[in-house]
Structure formats: structure tokens, C-alpha cells
Design a protein around this ligand. Structure first.
Ligand SMILES: Cc1cc2nc3c(=O)[nH]c(=O)nc-3n(C[C@H](O)[C@H](O)[C@H](O)COP(=O)(O)OP(=O)(O)OC[C@H]3O[C@@H](n4cnc5c(N)ncnc54)[C@H](O)[C@@H]3O)c2cc1C
Length: 334
């Protein structure tokens, strides 16, 4: 049974003019409101007061928005590849590929494809040029490629979709349209031009755009670019940053993530995890935004919340040594 989060249902499934009525009928679908225009704050309070019976909390979490608002991504999965036919073609057209740098031998690459291993494929510029010359509707600047996930199933993605503001509905809609159009064009291109892909079938399209960086909280401590470059240690460490990232050039590899970066300034009983913690862009942000550090801050936030609930105190009142001891007991790396 397909299901979507309440906020996604409201923004994508309900027409703008009907959202107030939908919210009145089912207020639980919205757990919070993000006000992006400071001048609209009073209007937002009034609208909320109309919608909910409870008192509106006074506490506001302040956030900053990154300047790097341009990297949006969309992906889809497809299946039905004939790996033997594809391997023959790739072997004969190896010079039209820019495969993973580890794989420089055409025959070995073809064997991996035949065996159905996980492999990445990037290139096919010559093939795309031929398709365009024959009038196939492909955008010439597109770089083609996919990741074979095993069993004839592949993942296609398009990054850097549009230089739009992902916080604006118009920007997001434009990126959704562009991403889906380009991915569907790529699937059609593979079916027609890439031997072994003739029977490719669409499995699913990502339900949401991938957005690398937008808002983050203003917290008690901002992890700085200099902290990360110096692999700084913090007394209130709750997890470690990414070891390496293609966007990073770290001397020592990793840096501590301090609890202060998870605590929103001036607000009690709230913890933030994942890429919305307080970290300076670009280096510190790139060090905390990977999946692994996001899991780490998520685990830390969960432990802090549980200990605070048990002790009936706010997270800031907890003893950091108790938090760290529990994280270490759970196998956390500090
Ligand atoms: C294109 C792209 C490629 C990437 N590649 C890599 C990579 O190769 N390796 C790597 O380590 N990292 C990669 N990252 C980064 C990494 O995936 C993210 O930074 C990380 O997943 C962020 O985790 P998070 O928990 O903070 O947020 P998310 O994973 O975005 O989770 C937030 C969740 O909250 C939900 N949500 C939001 N608002 C509401 C609401 N109001 N109510 C209910 N639910 C809500 C969202 O639907 C979402 O499921 C990539 C990111 C992008 C965009």
C-alpha cells in the first residue's frame, strides 16, 4: 500500500486552495510549520491559531539557509536487462565508456557485466550523438550512465538538475519535471540504442527530489570549516564526522561532532540530527552530511532524548559523561 508523509500529502496531493480545509479535517497531517519569509511570521501565527485548539508554542527554532542551492537530483529504477547482449556491446564499444577507474580492461569489464555483478557505467557519448543525429529527442549535454544493482536491475539518476531554489514550490516543481523528463528520455534511449536494454521496464521513480543542502538550525555550537580541517576534538563529542567524501579534502580524515551542534539555540527539549545540525558550509557541512555521520547524530539525538526523558530533565542538563558512556555501550564511535 503506498503511503506518503503528511507534509508531502498536503503540499503535493492537495490543491493550494483546499489545504486549509484538509488541515481542519485532519490537523495531525501537519506536525509543524516552516516559515521561510520572516515578514510572514505574524500571518503564520494567525493561521495556526485558526487551525489548532492547543496553544501555539512560543519557542522558535532559528535556521540559516545555505547559499549552495543548486544541486537537486532525481532517480529511478528499471529492470529487464539482458546482460550477455549488453556485455558484448560494451566490450566492442569500450572506448565510448568512462567506467570506474579501477576497471580499465574491456574483457574483464564484460565478464563482470556477464556475471551480473554490481557495476557502474558512465559515458556512451558516441551512442548519444548517433541518437541525436537520427532525430531522437535527447538533450546533447546529458551524460549517460547507470548503476547495475544486480539481477538485471539498474539505478539511473540525474544530478545538478536545475539552478533553482529548492525551497520554493516553483523551483521544486521545475526540478521534478526536468528530472523525470530526462530520466524517461534516458530509459527510452537505452531501449532503442543500447543492445541488451530493449526490454527495460520502469520499476519506480523517487518519491522525492534529492537536495544536498538547504536549511540548518542555529545551534549552541557551529562546527566550523577550520574545526574539520584540523580534525578538532571536543569534550562533548557524540559521534564522528565522515572519514572522506569526494567533496572533502581532509588531512586527518575525521572530526568530532559535538552535542552543541545538535541543540537549537534558545529552545529546550528539542534535538536536531542529520544534515540539519549546525555546521559551516562547505567543509564542515560536507563532513556531517553523509549517511554515516547522519546515522551517528541520529543515534546521539535518540540517546540524549531517552536519557533526558528518564531523568525528567532537559537535554542541556544531562551529564555529558553519561551520554558518552551510553553511546559507547551501544557501540558508538567517539
Ligand atoms: C543526490 C545526493 C546524493 C548523495 N550521495 C551520497 C552518498 O553517496 N553517500 C553519502 O554518505 N551521502 C550522500 N548524500 C547525502 C545524504 O544522503 C544525506 O545528507 C542524508 O541522507 C541526510 O539524512 P537526514 O536524515 O538528515 O535527512 P533525510 O535522509 O532527507 O531524511 C529526512 C526525512 O524526513 C522526512 N520529512 C521531512 N519533512 C517532514 C515532515 N514535515 N514530516 C514528516 N517527515 C518529514 C523526509 O521525507 C525524509 O524521509 C547524497 C545526497 C544527495 C541529495
Amino acid at each position: 500500500m503506498p503511503a506518503v508523509a503528511g507534509y508531502a500529502y498536503l503540499t503535493q496531493g492537495v490543491a493550494a486552495g483546499q489545504r486549509a480545509a484538509a488541515l481542519k479535517a485532519a490537523p495531525d497531517v501537519a506536525a509543524g510549520v516552516v516559515v521561510t519569509d520572516p515578514d510572514a511570521l505574524d500571518r503564520a501565527y494567525e493561521a495556526l491559531a485558526d487551525l489548532v485548539d492547543d496553544e501555539i508554542p512560543e519557542a522558535l527554532v532559528n535556521a540559516e539557509v545555505s547559499e549552495r542551492l543548486n544541486d537537486l537530483a532525481m532517480r529511478l529504477q528499471a529492470q529487464g536487462m539482458d546482460l550477455d547482449r549488453l556485455a558484448d556491446f560494451l566490450r566492442a564499444n569500450f572506448d565510448d565508456l568512462a567506467p570506474h577507474p579501477e576497471e580499465r580492461d574491456a574483457e574483464r569489464f564484460a565478464q563482470r557485466v556477464r556475471r551480473g555483478e554490481v557495476f557502474g557505467l558512465i559515458g556512451l557519448r558516441r551512442l548519444a550523438r548517433r541518437a541525436i543525429e537520427e532525430g531522437f529527442p535527447l538533450e546533447p549535454e546529458q551524460r549517460f550512465g547507470f548503476l547495475h544493482l544486480g539481477g538485471g536491475r539498474c539505478l539511473l539518476w540525474r544530478n545538478n538538475l536545475a539552478r533553482v531554489d529548492p525551497l520554493s514550490p516553483e523551483g521544486r516543481s521545475a526540478a521534478y519535471r526536468l528530472g523525470r523528463r530526462r530520466l524517461h528520455a534516458a530509459v527510452a534511449f537505452y531501449r532503442r540504442y543500447l543492445p541488451g536494454m530493449e526490454r527495460l521496464q520502469l520499476l519506480d521513480t523517487a518519491p522525492a527530489l534529492g537536495v544536498r543542502e538547504t536549511r540548518r538550525i542555529l545551534g549552541d555550537y557551529r562546527l566550523t570549516n577550520a574545526d574539520v580541517l584540523a580534525s578538532r576534538r571536543f569534550p562533548d563529542v557524540v559521534c564522528r564526522s565522515a572519514g572522506h567524501d569526494s567533496h572533502l579534502d581532509l588531512r586527518d580524515g575525521v572530526c568530532d561532532i559535538p552535542l552543541g551542534a545538535l541543540l537549537p539555540q534558545g529552545v529546550e527539549h528539542l534535538l536536531v540530527a542529520g544534515r540539519a545540525i549546525f555546521a559551516e558550509t562547505p567543509t564542515a557541512f560536507d563532513a556531517i552530511r553523509g549517511v554515516v555521520p547522519c546515522i551517528g547524530t541520529g543515534q546521539a539525538a535518540g540517546v540524549v532524548a531517552a536519557l533526558a526523558a528518564q531523568a525528567r530533565v532537559a537535554p542541556r542538563q544531562l551529564d555529558i559523561a553519561a551520554i558518552q558512556a551510553e553511546l559507547l555501550r551501544q557501540g558508538g564511535i567517539l
